[in-house]
Design a protein around this ligand. Structure first.
Ligand code: ADP
Ligand code: MG
Length: 246
């Protein structure tokens, strides 16, 4: 089954087109990278999938249904810059929020939820930091905590916006390992990423985006010098390296 189907998606901000006629499908159980330069509309695409911003046109199906029906089966980690890291909340509560079964905050989390939250923290190797304020953590530690929160949601679809920005190598390795494990369990993971050098290693499939969809599908088919030049234009020394080494 398809995890995500996007047909003729168009989004604009105040008359400026951010996404033009974007069409793609993503199968369940795939680890997908959304790749493209700054301002390409990568974050906009995730927000449109989540209906956080209005679209000009287009049809989006998620997990065989509408967003409304499946919202609880989707976890979303926004871009770092969109998160208020000074918000006074401890690590373990941040993760516990992920276990809330519904929007209703009236029901207090019980022992089962607390155990799940700690299990997810352990998975990202952050158990010993459970009583820290999130603002006291390094970038990589913060990103791991937000991944733990997404894990605590126990969803089928994960949308992560630039999870590798501003983090250390060890955290990046932990996150990549967990994303691959989720994929092996049949979950679908969509990751916005702008570092081309790791794209081939990390993902099964890519969506190469620059307002329009340049190419999508298996990494080998999408990740070609021609497609990358199309997406990144002239702004790329990486491309020269790639042409020289292939
Ligand atoms: P990316 O995540 O690929 O860097 P974005 O989706 O954030 O790109 O942005 C795509 C384009 O839309 C950019 O030109 C950006 O300036 C513009 N944009 C994004 N969010 C807004 C907004 N809230 N208001 C106006 N313009 C926006
Ligand atoms: Mg972005």
């Amino acid at each position: 089954m398809n995890a995500v189907e996007v047909k003729d998606l168009r989004v604009s901000y105040f008359g400026n087109e951010a996404l033009k006629k974007v069409d793609f499908t993503i199968s369940e159980g795939t680890l997908v990278g959304i790749i493209g330069p700054n301002g390409a509309g990568k974050s906009t695409l995730l927000k449109a999938i989540l209906n956080l911003i209005p679209k000009d046109s287009g049809e989006i199906n998620i997990l065989g249904s509408t967003l409304k029906e499946v919202r609880k089966r989707i976890a979303y980690v926004p871009q770092r810059s969109a998160i208020d890291w000074d918000f006074p909340i401890r690590v373990k509560e941040t993760v516990l929020i992920g276990t809330y079964p519904s929007i209703s905050l009236l029901k207090k989390p019980g022992r089962k939820e607390k155990e799940l939250a700690l299990k997810c923290l352990e998975k990202v190797d952050m158990l010993e930091f459970q009583d820290r304020q999130i603002g006291e953590l390094s970038g990589g530690q913060q990103q791991r905590v937000f991944l733990a929160r997404a894990l605590a949601q126990q969803t089928d679809l994960f949308l992560l916006d630039e999870p590798f920005v501003g983090i250390d190598v060890a955290s990046e390795e932990v996150i990549v390992r967990i994303l691959k494990e989720l994929r092996d369990e049949g979950k679908t993971i969509i990751v916005v990423h702008h570092d081309l050098s790791k794209a081939e290693k990390y993902f099964d499939e890519l969506l190469l985006l620059n307002k329009e969809l340049i190419s999508s599908g298996d990494v080998k088919e999408v990740f070609t010098p021609r497609n990358i030049a199309k997406a990144y234009g002239g702004q790329l020394s990486f491309l020269e390296e790639m042409v020289m080494t292939t």
